[in-house]
Design a protein around this ligand. Structure first.
Ligand SMILES: Cc1cc2nc3c(=O)[nH]c(=O)nc-3n(C[C@H](O)[C@H](O)[C@H](O)COP(=O)(O)OP(=O)(O)OC[C@H]3O[C@@H](n4cnc5c(N)ncnc54)[C@H](O)[C@@H]3O)c2cc1C
Length: 406
């Protein structure tokens, strides 16, 4: 058990059991909503039923906003527009947690749709200008690129003239987003996606890192450690950065597409890129944190994780290496509505912490919301841990009220 963090003893590690600090930003009504939500998504049958219902409603264009907006949407998303996220951004900032505005539109394929997603992401990056409540910009390459092009480039296939033009448009969009982020000095994350699209994404991310990451990391690629080959990629990329003279920016995550990856590998009869078990993923994730701290002179990192043990490990690695808690090369990030005990206790202890704040029209956020619901169902211990801590905070608040009355 780590020592409880206190301002008098800043060398101790943060205590993720401090629920008062973790939920100070939530009213009792909001806390009750969170409790109900985690109880619901903890039930695999209900989530399966809800997923089918949402997919049907989307396909048949049945309005479902009335059911989603006050529940799962308002818990996991900031709002429908950037302005709509203002209250959330401010609330996080007041507790020392910064925002990563994440425009949530997925599965777009036509050039018009891709162009309008590009414009929306550009607007989100611009919104961070001179506003230190925001920490990073972020985008998914698949939101601004036809999937088929990413797949062909990833497989190193020859492109037709039209496909080549489409790929050049993708490169232009990625370059324009990174250029704007670099101009206003907001670092930008490029999210990691399915393994069959990732070589193209790596190519684009590396191209932009080489261009913009001089003294500081302005472009970050994402490394998914649930893949058995990505620790080696991280190491090779560090060496490439050192020999090419750019600063490496990496967001380390475990990975969000495990079931899809395994299904596809089985379907097409190739070995799965995913680690054999969770233990192997955890081992590589923690080794990647260690690698980045050992190479902190050439690597900036963001630990995108809800895992308490990995978060504490990073704190202790920083301490061992004699790094300040607020070292600006090291960030922790979680998703809005998840793992508040990690985010807010780290922030109170002086670490750099940010939350993804997804936003966008309700229909557009549905794939993201389904992933969050499934993650809280399938990841052993995640929702039950959230539930345990929320229950504990309820108890603490009611005892505090009782003792005030006495
Ligand atoms: C700020 C932030 C940014 C993110 N960005 C991305 C991104 O760009 N791309 C992306 O893919 N994901 C991204 N994610 C999601 C992330 O990859 C994980 O799905 C999620 O955070 C859960 O992992 P965890 O580290 O929180 O830890 P845990 O809850 O401890 O781990 C759960 C994860 O472990 C892995 N796992 C579970 N069971 C097994 C098993 N049997 N075998 C092998 N591995 C297993 C899976 O990756 C699973 O998601 C992001 C998450 C955050 C917080």
């Amino acid at each position: 058990m780590p020592a409880t963090y206190s301002k008098d003893n800043p060398s101790s590690l943060p205590d993720f059991n401090n629920t008062e600090q973790a939920y100070a930003h939530l009213s009792s009504g909001e806390l009750r909503r969170a409790l109900l939500l985690f109880q619901t998504v903890g039930n695999a049958k209900l989530v399966g039923f809800g997923k089918t219902l949402m997919q049907w409603a989307m396909a048949l264009r049945i309005p479902i906003g009335w059911a989603i907006r006050p529940t799962i949407y308002s818990h996991f998303c900031g709002g429908e527009t950037i302005e709509g996220c203002e209250e959330q951004v401010d609330k996080l900032h007041r507790s020392g947690v910064r925002t990563i505005l994440d425009y949530s539109a997925e599965g777009k394929e036509t050039e018009d749709e891709l162009e309008s997603t590009f414009e929306a992401i550009l607007e989100a990056i611009k919104a961070t200008d001179q506003d230190n409540r925001h920490a990073f910009g972020v985008f998914k390459v698949s939101g601004i690129a036809p999937t088929v092009i990413l797949e062909l480039v990833s497989e190193n296939k020859a492109l037709t003239d039209d496909q080549q033009k489409a790929w050049e448009r993708v490169r232009f969009r990625v370059a324009a987003l990174c250029q704007e982020a670099a101009r206003i000095k907001t670092a930008v994350f490029i999210d990691a996606e399915e393994s069959w699209l990732q070589p193209a994404i790596d190519y684009l991310a590396e191209e932009q890192m080489l261009l913009h990451n001089h003294t500081e990391a302005l472009v970050f690629n994402t490394v998914q450690l649930y893949r058995h080959d990505r620790l080696a990629y991280l190491k090779a990329l560090t060496e490439k950065a050192q020999s090419s003279g750019f600063r490496l920016g990496v967001k380390l995550v475990r990975g969000a597409y495990m079931e899809k990856e395994r299904l596809r590998a089985t379907k097409i009869g190739v070995p799965s890129p995913i680690q054999h078990d969770k233990k192997a993923t955890d081992r590589d994730y923690d080794a990647a944190l260690d690698w980045c701290i050992q190479h902190i002179d050439s690597v900036s990192l963001c630990a995108g994780s809800h895992n308490e043990a990995s978060s504490l490990l990073l704190c202790s690695k920083m301490k061992e290496a004699g790094l300040a808690v607020g070292d600006d090369r090291i960030w922790f990030a979680q998703l809005l509505g998840m793992s508040d005990p990690i985010s807010f206790n780290l922030a109170a202890a002086g670490y750099n912490v940010a939350k993804y704040v997804p936003y966008g029209p309700i229909r557009e956020t549905i794939p993201y919301l389904i992933r969050r619901a499934e993650e809280n169902t399938s990841v052993a211990g995640q929702s039950s841990r959230e539930l345990e801590l929320i229950h504990r905070e309820f108890k603490r608040r009611s005892e505090a009220r009782r003792s005030q009355r006495i």
